[in-house]
Write a protein that binds this ligand. Structure first.
Ligand code: ZN
Length: 313
């Protein structure tokens, strides 16, 4: 194992987080700034490079490289973001745009942010030692990434493991992608709010009266106090989570299933006791033997991105 360091950068629609990371995943220095998509690409690339340059100047060991996690559709082989709606990006050569602005000579690796997070869990977190696992991130949408036989699944067009758009209910709610009943319409903040509104509309007793201004934070807090409407909504969500996990188990026979994302982490203790029996009920006998469930351990997305550079060494 080399003693090299890596810099990880997570580019999100609202903030850019970066970190100087050691080979064991520990953070030696970290920076954060607003993304400000409206300022345009050049300003954004300059801000990313400035963060990387500042962190590189703090490094007291050789750099293995810079790993960048970006939202949307990414070609990691070319370091190009093919499409990222929230960033207004189409065919952006992100690796090159950053690299040309760096003060140090080092390689830049770009990957989809959820896939980068999965590699981070594999190197530093809940997937250590597993050759077969998948990660689900429940937040504003449903992200997923999978590893099989010790290799990340990229796909022919780098769109493998998009479980958020697994069609689970032909009569379900409309998804952002334009189709109905994608897993993301249920397993997301939007999905939880919609289920809670439906429970309130059915007249289920609840402390959550102002249905117009519901937040996922309030719903989870209410569920932890046994609020009937919040519990009903999370029950539906947990059952669907079990169905999606069972589908992933049927497809990949993973050793581990890892749950993350803001909502996935916050609601883990409510969702998993509902989802796990649903998985057991549905999967082929034997495929759940020694199957382990875990919450993500790498909570810094910048650390996950740094894994890209260490793995490219
Ligand atoms: Zn969809």
């Amino acid at each position: 194992m080399s003693d090299a360091l890596a810099i990880g950068v997570d580019v999100g629609a609202t903030k850019i987080a970066s970190a100087l990371v050691a080979r064991d995943g520990s953070v030696l220095a970290a920076r954060q700034t607003e993304t400000r998509v409206r300022d345009g690409g050049d300003a954004l690339f300059a801000r990313i490079a400035a963060q990387v340059n500042a962190l590189a100047s703090q490094a007291n060991a050789p750099l293995a490289g810079v790993g960048v996690g970006a939202p949307g559709w990414v070609n990691p082989a070319q370091g190009v973001v093919l499409n990222a709606v929230n960033m207004n990006w189409e065919n952006v050569a992100l690796a090159q745009a950053i690299q040309t602005r760096l003060a140090v000579a080092t390689s830049v690796y770009v990957q989809n942010d959820v896939k980068a997070a999965a590699l981070g869990e594999w190197l530093f977190g809940a997937a250590r030692g597993a050759r077969d696992f998948f990660l689900l991130t429940i937040g504003s949408g449903l992200g997923s990434a999978a590893m099989a036989n010790g290799a990340l699944l990229d796909g022919a067009q780098f769109l493998a493991s998009e479980l958020g758009h697994l069609a689970i209910d032909p009569h379900g709610r409309l998804c952002n992608c334009g189709h109905s009943g994608c897993a993301e319409t249920v397993l997301s903040g939007r999905g939880l709010i919609a289920e809670t509104r439906a429970a309130l509309a059915r007249g289920i007793a609840s402390q959550l009266r102002d249905a117009a201004a519901l937040t996922t934070h309030e719903i989870i807090a209410a569920a932890l106090q046994d609020d009937a409407a919040a519990c009903a909504a999370l029950q539906v969500m947990g059952e669907w989570l079990g169905i999606v996990i069972a589908s992933g188990v049927a497809w990949l026979n993973p050793a581990r299933v890892i749950l993350g994302g803001g909502l996935g982490i916050a609601a883990y203790d409510v969702l998993m006791p509902i989802a796990q029996p649903e998985v057991m009920r549905r999967v082929l006998p034997g495929s759940d033997r020694d199957l382990m469930y875990a919450r993500v351990q790498v909570t810094s997305s910048a650390v996950g991105a740094a894994a890209l550079a260490f793995l490219a060494e």
